[in-house]
Structures are given as structure tokens and as C-alpha cells.
Design a protein around this ligand. Structure first.
Ligand SMILES: O=C(CO)[C@H](O)[C@H](O)COP(=O)(O)O
Length: 228
């Protein structure tokens, strides 16, 4: 996985047809998705339950791009190897999930994955300042995590601050929650390069009408690029 700061669209399969993940992943990739975003929720760190390592392993053969796994679980450390074995390319843990994020990021890299750290809307940019040399991606939540389809919370000043703190390090800033053609320009202008979008990509489409996914992905990408 090489680093660049061009806009990347990462559809969240939280908004896909849960009875048809393989075909949904193939459809979004064929329609221009750059990464595939997988939301792992434990019903404890967030009030919703989704996938575990066996499901992520089952998605792996369908993902030809980047499998971006976002852990909304606590604790994280006991499960890092399981997600490496499942084939995650990027594994992101929340800074709020435990007291030892420094150790967690080291363990994710040691297991052969890119290491991400996510911040809830209430967590300031400075919380990850000591982690910048250990992280490949900072995920800025623009909703309170747990569900798709929520209203965007403006975190543009946090994104700007993070980009300033990151300097010339090869660190992605990913935005997760409420990203659509209206909000994408705000976050792109502030310095984000990976845009997670669930509802905005999957709305109106299906594996039988995959062109809608393509239209939706192009609309988010064009809106983001128009701000650069
Ligand atoms: O992490 C998430 C929720 O915790 C989802 O990835 C996120 O909400 C994307 O969905 P949408 O684009 O519909 O807001």
C-alpha cells in the first residue's frame, strides 16, 4: 500500500445489503471505490453489533483494493492478531478504547498492518500528538460512532489542526460519518484525503443497479476535489 494524499473514497459496507456482502464489495470496487471500509462494532464500546474476524476473513477474497477495518470495540489488543489473520490492510482502533494506544499501534504494525487511530467528536486533536510517528491514519469521526445515516458534525477545525501537527509525515486523515457531496468539500479543504461514505454511496443502488453506486462515488469525489 503506497502513500499519497489524493482523495480516496471508502464506502462503508454498513450501508450494504447484509445478505450479499461479496457481490456488494465487488460492485462498489467495479464502480470506482478506492478502499473498502468495514465497521466492526461490539455492542459495548458502541451501541451496535456488526462483524467479527470470521466475517472479515470471508470479505477478504472479494476486496481487491484496500481492506480498511475500523474497530469500534474495547478492548482492542486481544483481537489484533485475529484481524491480521483475517487479512486487514489497515486496522484502526479508537483512542477512547483503552489507556495504552501507544502499545496498540505498535502491536498493529508488528502484526503487519497499517495502524490507524480514531477520535470521537469530543476528543481533541492533541490527544494523538504523541502517536504521530506510530500511526499511518487518523480517523476523525464526524458522527458519534455506532450507526450509519447520522447527521454530519463539523470537525473541520480539528482536521486542520491535525494536518498541521502531522506536517510532512505520511499519515492519512480519514473522515467517517455523514460524508456526502455537501460535506466532502469541507473536509477535503481542511486536509482530509480518505472519505468514508456509507449512505451517500449505497443510496438508490443495488448489485442489480451498480451504476448508481458509480454515480454516487463520482459525486462525492468530484465535490471533494472541487475544494482542492
Ligand atoms: O463508522 C460508522 C458509524 O459508526 C460509519 O462508517 C459511518 O457512519 C458511515 O456511514 P454514513 O456515511 O451513512 O454516515
Amino acid at each position: 500500500m503506497s502513500f499519497d494524499r489524493t482523495i480516496k473514497i471508502a464506502p462503508s459496507i454498513l450501508s450494504a445489503d447484509f445478505a450479499n456482502f461479496g457481490a456488494e464489495i465487488q460492485a462498489i470496487e467495479a464502480q470506482g471505490a478506492d478502499w473498502v471500509h468495514i465497521d466492526v462494532m461490539d455492542g459495548h464500546f458502541v451501541p451496535n453489533l456488526t462483524f467479527g474476524p470470521p466475517a472479515v476473513k470471508a470479505f477478504r477474497p472479494h476486496v481487491k483494493t484496500v481492506m480498511d477495518v475500523h474497530l469500534m470495540i474495547a478492548p482492542v489488543d486481544p483481537y489484533i492478531q485475529a484481524y491480521a489473520d483475517a487479512g486487514a490492510d489497515v486496522l484502526t482502533a479508537h483512542i477512547e478504547a483503552g489507556p495504552h494506544s501507544h502499545r496498540t499501534l505498535q502491536a498493529i504494525r508488528a502484526a503487519g498492518m497499517k495502524a490507524g487511530i480514531a477520535l470521537n467528536p469530543g476528543t481533541p486533536a492533541e490527544a494523538v500528538e504523541h502517536l504521530l510517528d506510530l500511526t499511518d491514519l487518523i480517523c476523525v469521526m464526524t458522527v458519534n460512532p455506532g450507526f450509519g445515516g447520522q447527521k454530519f458534525i463539523d470537525m473541520t477545525s480539528k482536521i486542520r489542526r491535525l494536518r498541521q501537527m502531522i506536517g510532512d509525515r505520511p499519515v492519512h486523515i480519514e473522515i467517517d460519518g455523514g460524508v456526502d457531496p455537501n460535506t466532502a468539500p469541507l473536509v477535503a479543504a481542511a486536509g482530509a484525503d480518505v472519505l468514508v461514505a456509507g449512505s451517500a454511496v449505497f443510496k438508490g443502488g443495488s448489485v442489480d443497479q451498480p451504476g448508481v453506486y458509480g454515480d454516487n462515488i463520482r459525486a462525492v469525489r468530484a465535490a471533494a476535489n472541487s475544494a482542492l
